[in-house]
Design a protein around this ligand. Structure first.
Ligand SMILES: [Zn+2]
Ligand SMILES: [Zn+2]
Length: 164
C-alpha cells in the first residue's frame, strides 16, 4: 500500500519544462516518492530518483532506451541494466507501471490507493491514460478463487476523445 497524498505542489526538478494543465502526473512528486520510500524502508537511490524524475516529467510513457538517453545528458552515462533495475524497483513498488503492449513505462497516476493499473491506449495518437477504476475484474476473480494477485495491468486499445 502506498502512503503519499495528492498534493499539487510543483517540484523544482520540473523547472526546465513547461507543464500543461492536462498533465496527469501533477499529483505525484519526487518528494512524495522519496517520503514513501523512507516510510517503507526502501532505498531511493540516485538512479531510481533520476528514472522516476524522467517518468514524472514525460507527457507520454517512455521506453527504457528513451529513459537511458535522457540520463546520459548529465555527464555520467547510465548502463541499461541499471536503468532496468531501477524500473523494476519503481514498477514493483507501485510508483510506476509497465505498459506491455508498448514496452514503455509511466509514472502511476493514482498513487496512494491499491489498484490494478488500467491503461487506455489511443491507436491514433499513442496517448495513454491511466483510468481510474476502483476494482478490476482480475481482482474480483482472484478473490473468488483465493488466488493472490501480485501483479496485473489491464490495457485497452482504441480511439481517444481528441482523435474520435
Ligand atoms: Zn497506477
Ligand atoms: Zn488519440
Amino acid at each position: 500500500m502506498l502512503s503519499f497524498g495528492c498534493r499539487t505542489t510543483h517540484p523544482s526538478f520540473r523547472k526546465q519544462q513547461k507543464m500543461t494543465a492536462a498533465h496527469t502526473h501533477d499529483h505525484l512528486t519526487l518528494d512524495e516518492v522519496a517520503a514513501s520510500c523512507r516510510e517503507r524502508g526502501l532505498r531511493f537511490t540516485d538512479i531510481r530518483r533520476q528514472v522516476m524524475g524522467i517518468l514524472l516529467n514525460s507527457e507520454k510513457p517512455l521506453g527504457a532506451y528513451a529513459i537511458l538517453e535522457q540520463m546520459t545528458g548529465d555527464g555520467s552515462p547510465a548502463q541499461p541494466p541499471k536503468v532496468y533495475r531501477a524500473l523494476d524497483f519503481l514498477v514493483g513498488n507501485g510508483f510506476a507501471h509497465k505498459i506491455a503492449t508498448q514496452s514503455t513505462f509511466t509514472a502511476c497516476a493514482h498513487p496512494g490507493q491499491p489498484h490494478t493499473p488500467t491503461f487506455l491506449i489511443c491507436k491514433s495518437c499513442d496517448s495513454v491514460t491511466e483510468a481510474e477504476i476502483p476494482s478490476s475484474p482480475i481482482q474480483e476473480a482472484a478473490k473468488a478463487t483465493g488466488f493472490k494477485v501480485e501483479g496485473a495491468v489491464l490495457e485497452a486499445e482504441g480511439i481517444c476523445p481528441d482523435c474520435a
